[in-house]
Design a protein around this ligand. Structure first.
Ligand code: AMP
Ligand code: MG
Length: 500
């Protein structure tokens, strides 16, 4: 018999009990909270009804009310008023990216050995306590002389000694004399110029300079590279090979760098098996764990891969709770509207503040993102392509910000599309393409399948052509930005100029 509970219809085959009415009231509150959580200023799209959400919310209400689940004998089902729809805010790619970066802090510093600092971001201004070079030294093998003596040629000078690199000559170079000197040798006192050995002849303790030489030639002055108190590395610098060399040259054996984000990768799905298992019918190898762990490492994070989690609310909640010790949690799967998609609710249960769910994009529409304190939670879709595309567009910039980088986003080139692509209307579509460099510039060849299950379409140095939400078709011959996922995609078979 139907019973009215504050405007909602509750169909019961058993008798109505007071606590069940209370449970339904709590369900209403949960659903209302769900709706309020959507950002108000985002473009709102009318979504399909999502009965899965209602059922799970009800399950939570039951749990909270300590009610037994309905049995076959006394099933309870909620019948929504006809035409009821959840309204779900689907935000644009730009809004989603801003929401992620607005919530992403920069991690603190740690001191590391210089040898381990490559690819890290400096967290301190490094000031040199030394000049480099410490003293004027020779840029050539030759003879240290006084500039006045070699203004005209030929000039005959008496040799007073030799100063191999690493030694110091204890006699000064007087007018009319020269000292043999080598690349890197300290220029002896009295000398201010070095004559190349190729421009001299040496015989019986006399050196003849055959060409006129400008005073000061071939001398590297003290402090020419680095002066005392100079800032040699600024905070925020990505430390590359030259920076490490500079730090070494000023005697810095350690450097303060931003901590690398620790990232937990957690795959959810009852159908998943590990890579060394043979999948049975309906089973799928957990490829996301490998793809994402590699993507995390490539973006400068420290991945930890957690065991596969089955599609049970409690399991997902408990494993997410473990994972939450990391700076960033990446889950895959279970974020859509299916009956077994528990990730959003599990995040809610852990007190993660949901920043958004659903982005007007393809692939990766069900992406969800939330925060708890400074910790970030990305609920990535399970489809391998969607997971990696969401990683490239949202997670990677966040990891880079955490690690202290200032340039967060993937590089892009503008490319001419080779064949037309029909795209999803009103969604930003990341079309997988392969780039080629032609005389007229970059061209982009779309992968034959744009299905989010076809992971091979992201291999082989593919890039992501950004199809704007406003278009339904991307025309051949038109130019579009392509996000370059791997620097290899821009590597060249031939040198950039024809070297002689
Ligand atoms: P879901 O987002 O959970 O609905 O999953 C969407 C699709 O992605 C399904 O076909 C899954 O089998 C597949 N999938 C989910 N998780 C993974 C994973 N870890 N590795 C590979 N495929 C997955
Ligand atoms: Mg799933």
């Amino acid at each position: 018999m139907p019973a009215l509970v504050e405007g909602d219809y509750v169909m019961l085959t058993g008798k109505i009990r007071r606590h069940l009415i209370e449970a339904v009231r709590r369900l209403r509150r949960t659903v209302e909270q769900e709706e309020r959580r959507q950002p108000g200023d985002a473009p709102v799209e009318q979504m399909e009804a999502e009965p899965g959400v209602a059922q799970r919310a009800l399950a939570r209400v039951w749990h909270g009310a300590r009610l037994a689940c309905p049995t076959r004998a006394s099933p309870a089902c909620i019948a929504w008023p006809r035409g009821a729809r959840y309204r779900s805010a689907v935000i644009s790619v730009g809004e989603a990216l801003r929401a992620v970066l607005d919530a992403t802090p920069v991690l603190g510093a740690e001191r590391v050995l210089l040898a381990a600092a490559g690819g890290r971001v400096a967290a301190e201004d490094v000031v040199s306590a030394r000049a480099v070079p410490a003293a004027a030294n020779s840029a050539m093998d030759g003879f240290a002389v006084r500039g006045d003596d070699v203004r005209t040629a030929p000039a005959r000078l008496r040799l007073i000694g030799s100063a191999p690199a690493g030694t110091l000559l204890d006699v000064p170079v007087e007018p009319g004399t020269a000292a043999k000197i080598f690349t890197g040798s300290v220029v002896p006192q009295g000398a201010d110029t070095v004559v190349r050995v190729e421009d001299t002849e040496e015989c019986d303790g006399v050196v003849t300079v055959r060409v006129p030489v400008k005073a000061g030639a071939n001398v590297r002055n003290a402090g020419e590279d680095i002066e005392i108190d100079a800032v040699v590395v600024q905070a925020g610098t990505l430390l590359g090979p030259a920076d490490l060399g500079v730090l070494a040259s000023v005697g810095r054996a350690t450097v303060a760098v931003h901590r690398r984000p620790r990232v937990a990768v957690m795959s959810t799905g009852a159908e998943l098996v590990e890579v060394d298992e043979t999948p049975g019918r309906g089973q799928v190898v957990n490829s996301n764990a490998y793809a994402l762990a590699a993507a995390v490492a490539d973006a400068g994070g420290e991945p930890t891969v957690l065991p596969i989690v089955r599609d049970r609310f409690e399991d997902i909640r408990d494993h997410l709770s473990e994972a939450a010790r990391a700076d960033v949690v990446l889950s895959t799967g279970g974020v859509s509207v299916g009956e077994f998609d528990f990730v959003k609710e599990a995040l809610d249960a852990l007190g993660v503040e949901r920043r958004f769910w659903k982005v007007a994009q393809k692939p990766g529409k069900p992406l969800t993102f939330g925060t708890r304190g400074t910790h970030l939670f990305f609920g990535l879709p399970g489809n391998p392509v969607s997971a990696l595309v969401c990683f490239a567009v949202y997670v990677r910039p966040a990891l880079r910000r955490l690690a202290g980088h200032r340039r967060l986003h993937l590089p892009a080139v503008e490319a001419t599309l080779e064949t037309p692509v029909k795209k999803a209307s009103r969604l930003t579509e990341f079309v997988r393409v392969w780039l080629s460099e032609r005389e007229e510039g970059w061209t982009a060849r779309p992968a034959p399948s744009q299905s989010s299950g076809v992971l091979t379409s992201l291999g082989g140095g593919a890039g992501l052509l950004v199809g704007p939400a406003t278009l339904d078709v991307l025309d051949a011959g038109a130019r579009y930005p392509v996000l370059v996922l791997a620097p290899e995609a821009l590597a060249r078979e031939t040198p950039v100029v024809e070297f002689a």
